[in-house]
Every structure is written in structure tokens, then in C-alpha cells.
Design a protein around this ligand. Structure first.
Ligand code: SF4
Ligand code: SF4
Length: 359
């Protein structure tokens, strides 16, 4: 079995985005890697995936270079805020399979949530990587808020050129609930109709033989046809995170939550990781959509930071996007047939590249 290891390179970040707040307290996540790399060799096998994460992973590029050098037969991925892409040397770039960069849409919305000048630096950095000949997968990762228009923002990023895929995550529960005043109005009058317009765009382009990289549609389609771990991001089943102090947890966000604890580097075995399965509670446990939705996200499932309302809102959005893909399944199959595409060509990701699938 293939495992995705998400390695924190540091707890430090060079941004303070409004939905996140920036660096971790170094007591919770140290800013330097404190374990010996040889401990990773007990767990990592050739063919696995290693994703560099933080904080901002490129603040500790030396660690990335060491790991890539040591685990040459793994796939390597960076999940970055995109400000320091110019630190990636050519030899390292050639070893990377995928780069995920954070952008929320156009310049106005990205800079409003992430900081002035961020959009231009990130887009410039990504274009530079393409100019250096990088042909791997570049994924734009959006945080979606009440100021997002999902159709406008996804279409903008896809239209820029350098991105192969766009993925998004709803920022519900990460923000103060009072900020997201008209939550249900936004879901009904903005998010759901925006998803429907995106589906129309996706199917019409498919009919012309073009697969546009809307990662949630492609990932949900994959889960409908092939199933997958619970939750869809694989946290705790086929994806494990190693913090800078050698703690191994299931979900990279849950740095101090008991439910995410797996063990300490040096005390756990590969076999234990491979045999691990998550439990989920209600309402997901008895939901007919669980094999596809996978409870959407373990963190929101267990932490319930917005109480019942947050669970209901996220569930409503999850149900809608799944039903949208299911409802369009015949049209998707027909469009693929017209274009001479195999269904397999539409499915994404081909391996767990840290795209969470369920927005
Ligand atoms: S649709 Fe709702 S209840 Fe069902 S698995 Fe997803 S989040 Fe849970
Ligand atoms: S989707 Fe949820 S469980 Fe998965 S990595 Fe993100 S926060 Fe963790």
C-alpha cells in the first residue's frame, strides 16, 4: 500500500492570512526539525509520497533537499503559500511531482485575505516555474469565504494558464461565525448556483475534448466509481503527518487533538500505519453518502467549532456537490465518449497528492 507522508519542515510562516493567523506557537510545533532523518527510514518505502508542509515549508528548504536526496524513489510534493518559489533550485524542481500553492481567486480577493501584493508574487512565481520548464502538476488551493463567488474565482484561476488543477476548501469553522453573517443565504444563492454553473462549464468543455482541472468534481467522480479512504483526504488511513518534533498524527491541522494521535517516530511500525482505520460518529456513520463523502473532514467532524450549525452547513454543501456529480454522471459519460476520452482520464488525483477532494 502507498502512504502519503506529510512532513512539517517548520511551524513558522511568513504570512498571517485572515483565516489562519500565521506561525504556530513554537511550543506546539517547533520551528526547526528535531528528529533524526534515519527514523523516517523505518516507515517510508519506495513509491510512497512525501509532501512538505508547515508553516511555510520553503522556509526550511535545506530539510526538503535532505529528504529528497535520501528518499529518491518517492514522489515529492510541496504545499506552499507561494511567496518563496524562487528558492527552489532547478535540480529540486526536477524532482518535484506536484506543487500546491494558495490563492483564493483574483488579485482583489487573494490580497484581501492573504495580504497586499501576495497575488502578484504567487502568480509571478508560478509562471517562473513554468518558464524553468516545470511540467509537473501545479494546483491552486483556494480558501473559500463569504466573499467568494465559486464560479468567478475558480474560472479566474483556471484561465490564468499555469495551473493544471484548482481545488478549494470551505473556510467555515476557521472563521469567527459572526463574520459569516448570511451563511445559509450564501450557500443557497451563491455557492450552490455557482457549483451548477461550474458543472455546466466542465461538461461543455468535456464535450470538446478538454478536461478542465476542477479537482473536487474529478475527485468525487473517482470516489463514486472507485471509493476511497474515510475521510477522502486519507488522514489516518493512507496519509500521516510528521510534526517537527517527531510526533505522528493523522490530520496535519490537528496538532494537539487526541483523536489525531498516532504515535512517536521510532515507536511505531509501517504495519501499524497500514492497518489503521478511522471511526466516525453520527450523522456520518449512518449516512448513505458516507462511501463518497467520507464525512468530508475529520477535523470538522470531531471539533464542531461552529456547533450543530457548522456540521449542518458543511454537510449541506457536501451533499449538494456530490448530488451534482451523481446527477450529471450520464452526461459526463456521454461527453467523454463523444470526445474519445476514457472515464479513467477524468479521475483525479491519480494518487494521494494532499488534495482533500471534498471541498
Ligand atoms: S453528507 Fe453529511 S452526514 Fe453524510 S457523510 Fe457527508 S457530512 Fe456526513
Ligand atoms: S480535510 Fe480535514 S481531516 Fe483532512 S487534512 Fe484537512 S483538516 Fe485534516
Amino acid at each position: 500500500m502507498r502512504i502519503t507522508f506529510i512532513l512539517y519542515t517548520t511551524g513558522r510562516c511568513n504570512l498571517r492570512c485572515r483565516y489562519c493567523g500565521g506561525s504556530f506557537d513554537p511550543v506546539k510545533v517547533p520551528w526547526r526539525v528535531k528528529y533524526d532523518l534515519s527514523l523516517l527510514e523505518d516507515l517510508v518505502r519506495g513509491g510512497d509520497v512525501i509532501a512538505y508542509y508547515g508553516g511555510e515549508p520553503l522556509l526550511n528548504i535545506r530539510f526538503i533537499e535532505n529528504v529528497v536526496g535520501r528518499f529518491g524513489d518517492c514522489r515529492h510534493i510541496i504545499q506552499t503559500n507561494g511567496l518563496l518559489l524562487d528558492r527552489i533550485p532547478r535540480w529540486l524542481l526536477e524532482r518535484l511531482d506536484a506543487i500546491l500553492v494558495s490563492l483564493d481567486g483574483d488579485r482583489r480577493i487573494t490580497d484581501r485575505w492573504r495580504g497586499r501584493g501576495v497575488y502578484d508574487r504567487v502568480v509571478g512565481g508560478v509562471r517562473r516555474l513554468r518558464g524553468m520548464g516545470f511540467t509537473g502538476d501545479i494546483i491552486a488551493r483556494m480558501a473559500v469565504t463569504f466573499e467568494s463567488d465559486i464560479y468567478r474565482d475558480v474560472a479566474h484561476l483556471l484561465g490564468l494558464g499555469p495551473f493544471d488543477h484548482v481545488h478549494w476548501q470551505l473556510s467555515m469553522i476557521w472563521l469567527d461565525r459572526r463574520l459569516w453573517g448570511g451563511l445559509w443565504g450564501w450557500i443557497e444563492s451563491s455557492y450552490k448556483p455557482g457549483l451548477e454553473r461550474l458543472m455546466e462549464l466542465w461538461v461543455s468543455e468535456l464535450r470538446r475534448g478538454r478536461i478542465i482541472g476542477i479537482a473536487p468534481f474529478q475527485g468525487i467522480l473517482k470516489r463514486i466509481l472507485e471509493g476511497g479512504p474515510i475521510p477522502p483526504c486519507g488522514s489516518g488511513e493512507d496519509s500521516f503527518t510528521v510534526l517537527t518534533d517527531g510526533r505522528v498524527i493523522s490530520c496535519p491541522i490537528a496538532v494537539e487533538e487526541d483523536w489525531a494521535w498516532v504515535g512517536l517516530l521510532g515507536t511505531i511500525s509501517r504495519r501499524e500505519l497500514e492497518g489503521r482505520r478511522n471511526n466516525v460518529g453520527e450523522p456520518c456513520r449512518s449516512c448513505e453518502l458516507l462511501p463518497i463523502c467520507g464525512s468530508r473532514c475529520l477535523y470538522t467532524h470531531w471539533e464542531r467549532l461552529w456547533g450543530d450549525e457548522g456540521v449542518e452547513a458543511i454537510c449541506a454543501c457536501s451533499r449538494h456537490i456530490i448530488e451534482l456529480v451523481k446527477k450529471n454522471l450520464e452526461r459526463i459519460e456521454e461527453a467523454a465518449k463523444i470526445s474519445g476520452l476514457r472515464m479513467d482520464d477524468l479521475l483525479y488525483p491519480k494518487y494521494n497528492n494532499t488534495v482533500e477532494i471534498m471541498p
